[in-house]
Design a binder for this molecule. Structure first.
Ligand code: TYD
Length: 218
């Protein structure tokens, strides 16, 4: 993990090298929510000296509340790209403090979404990629990031099965663009440890692929 300037005052933990920051990404309906808990369960059992924290973005700042209102009340996936980019980054600023504090307190942190979501969704909304990268480059890099990849149609079918009311971004054409944006991220974030995982398989097979990669960093 590369530290972006957070000041460590006291560190009491004996197992610093085991502390990890792991991110799960993917389009809505990709199954990353299921996989993050399978990973947390695996890590919790794997190392009995260290706890796991599962967290998410949007986090729980005031900006996140505003984001959730927008996601619920708007229908056009392309509207408000600039406003959302700024809100997600401000929320991330506060979330990062929480993540780093947890890591310095000897936790493995697993986050459901992080700055890669801005590079996939806000780019899909029409925000400028250079600007998105510029605003996000100061954030701490995860040790490993899993992008759970599924076709937009598969994701939409899963979402519709579970819910009647759809969020702003839950539209097939938009999610297809977001998916392509995700697949392109490793081409320009070359220093990030990103693994693309085929999410269009049974849950346990998806997790098997994740577990193999996780073991490489433990
Ligand atoms: P949420 O209901 O938490 O969706 P999910 O369970 O799929 O994570 O809403 C988060 C939405 O916010 C999701 O559609 C992706 C979007 N998002 C962005 O557009 N940019 C970002 O930087 C982040 C963190 C999320």
């Amino acid at each position: 993990m590369e530290n972006s300037g957070y000041q460590v005052i006291v560190h009491k933990g004996p197992v610093l090298e085991k502390e990890k920051f792991i991110v799960f990404e993917g389009i809505d309906g990709s199954g990353k929510g299921t996989q993050i808990f399978k990973a947390a369960e695996y890590l919790f059992n794997h190392n009995k000296l260290i706890d796991c924290i599962v967290t998410r973005e949007p986090w729980n700042s005031n900006e996140a509340k505003k984001i959730r209102e927008i996601l619920k009340n708007e229908n056009d996936p392309n509207s408000n790209s600039e406003q959302l980019l700024n809100l997600y980054v401000k929320d991330r600023d506060k979330h990062e403090d929480f993540i780093l504090e947890s890591i310095y307190n000897n936790k493995i942190v697993l986050s459901d979404r992080y700055y890669y979501s801005s590079m996939a969704y806000q780019l899909g909304q029409g925000a400028d990629l250079t600007k998105i990268i510029e605003k996000n480059k100061r954030f701490t890099k995860p040790d490993i990031t899993f992008i759970i990849d599924v076709p937009a149609k598969v994701a939409m079918d899963r979402i519709k099965k579970n819910r009647n009311k759809l969020d702003k971004f839950e539209e097939e054409k938009f999610l297809n663009e977001v998916r392509n944006n995700y697949l392109n991220i490793p081409n320009y974030l070359k220093k990030d440890n990103i693994k693309i995982i085929n999410g269009n398989q049974p849950i346990d097979e998806v997790f098997y692929d994740i577990k193999i990669k996780l073991e490489e960093i433990l």
